[in-house]
Design a protein around this ligand. Structure first.
Ligand code: SF4
Length: 213
């Protein structure tokens, strides 16, 4: 019964997207969305595909090692290719440089802390700051992230980072926050990623989270 309910939600969601994109193609506002991996992007991108003209930015120099960075990027690309084909849309994907050594220096002082503490606050802020920079340079009025789909991320860290950056960019780039966890968003994402055979990692990303898994 539980599974059936979720399936119905997925089908309703996909149907809604499909109808909307057919009617509104070309009229949607542009948004730059930071995505951390393929698995977490499954539900949010389906959810937003009908509302925005989406460009996804993969900027996650927190991820260790490089092979894992590449693997998550490939999973993200696979899901985007699926959506573009299914809905006849054109979600674009930008791959940022991998600069782990520099990123690691920000996290290292907090290496021994549990996930969810100051190390993660910094990690989230740095990635979002990078997304804001890209959004400004490329002329996007909105920027968002899918990181809040994960129950392991503190909503407050994401909201505070977004609001702070929005003030810093003085309204040139606006932070769009979506409640992806509502209505079983994470669970639907997990089910869908299985259906699409999308790679799902078993640690958050940095070498410290890998060590503690
Ligand atoms: S645990 Fe995850 S969010 Fe926290 S610092 Fe490591 S990669 Fe970043």
């Amino acid at each position: 019964m539980y599974i059936n309910t979720r399936r119905w939600d997925i089908e309703r969601l996909m149907c809604r997207c499909s109808l909307y994109t057919k009617k509104k193609k070309g009229e949607r506002p542009k948004i730059l969305i930071h995505a951390c991996c393929g698995a977490c992007s499954v539900y949010p991108l389906i959810y937003l595909a009908c509302l925005f003209d989406i460009t996804v930015l993969y900027t996650n120099s927190n991820i260790y090692p490089k092979e894992e960075y590449d693997k998550r990027y490939e999973a993200l690309k696979k899901h985007i290719d699926f959506l573009n084909k299914t809905f006849n849309i054109e979600i674009k994907l930008i791959l940022d440089n991998y600069e782990y050594d520099e990123f690691r220096n920000y996290l290292l002082p907090y290496a021994d802390l549990e996930e969810g503490q100051i190390r993660c606050t910094i990690c989230i802020y740095k990635r979002l700051a990078r997304a804001f920079r890209y959004a400004k340079d490329l002329g996007f009025p909105f920027v968002s992230t899918i990181m809040n789909i994960s129950r392991n991320k503190k909503i407050d860290d994401i909201l505070k980072a977004g609001e702070h950056l929005e003030r810093e960019y003085k309204g040139e780039v606006n932070f769009a926050y979506f409640e992806f966890r509502k209505n079983n968003g994470q669970d639907i994402g997990v089910e869908l990623s299985k259906e699409e055979d999308i790679y799902r990692q078993d640690y958050c990303g940095c070498e410290f989270s890998r060590r503690n898994k």
